[in-house]
Design a protein around this ligand. Structure first.
Ligand code: ITT
Length: 186
């Protein structure tokens, strides 16, 4: 397969994906586009629809990715509303909602939807962790400064090397890479 397009408006997502997929010999190209997100409770549905829309726009093999942070004590919020919450409340707002809350468990979910002329495939990655008490200063993007992956003490923002191995996106993209390799062999 020639270069695979990753359609996303988020340059940080693209850089992460580029570096992860390169290890598997999958070369990707960025198409900056804001694809309208359907209203849904889960990232999987949003990603599937976005892949269809992106394919009808670009007509080449591609993938999109939809992610969300699901906080247990908030009933899974912000979940599918993650982008909106990040832009309106920011990490400070999420920490305010979590003030005094002892159960700080959260899961990052990433759904990668692949689409070409014949096939539509979905790969999901989940990364359990917890919401930090305070936002860390530098590094990462989005909720990285307030998310600590399970079994660790640093946020994703402080530990990019952890993020590259453990994140929802890394897990979903590795599934995509394995599947691409397998379908090439078949
Ligand atoms: P797309 O164009 O690919 O949709 P986006 O930034 O709008 O880019 P999402 O809707 O998937 O992406 O992201 C939902 C929110 O979750 C958004 O605010 C992101 O900043 C945040 N987010 C996504 N992945 C993240 C990650 O790996 N670490 C921290 N925050 C993340």
């Amino acid at each position: 397969m020639k270069k695979l397009l990753f359609v996303t408006s988020n340059g940080r997502k693209f850089s992460e994906a580029e570096s992860i997929l390169k290890e598997y010999g999958v070369i990707i190209e960025h198409r900056v586009a804001r694809i309208g997100e359907v209203r849904a409770e889960d990232c999987e549905t949003v990603a599937r629809h976005a892949a269809e829309e992106a394919f009808s726009r670009f007509g080449k093999p591609l993938f999109v990715e939809d992610s969300g942070l699901f906080i247990t004590s908030l009933g899974g919020f912000p979940g599918p509303y993650s982008a909106w919450v990040k832009s309106k409340l920011g990490n400070a707002g999420v920490l305010r909602l979590m003030k005094g809350v002892r159960d700080r468990r959260a899961v990052f979910v990433g759904a990668v939807a692949f689409r070409d002329g014949k096939r539509a495939k979905l790969f999901v990655g989940k990364c359990p962790g917890r919401i930090a008490e305070k936002e860390t200063d530098q590094g990462g993007f989005g909720f990285d400064p307030i998310f600590i992956p399970e079994g660790h003490s640093k946020t994703f923002a402080q530990a990019p090397e952890l993020k590259e191995t453990l994140s929802h996106r890394a897990l979903a993209l590795r599934k995509l890479a394995f599947w691409l390799a397998k379908s090439k062999r078949d």
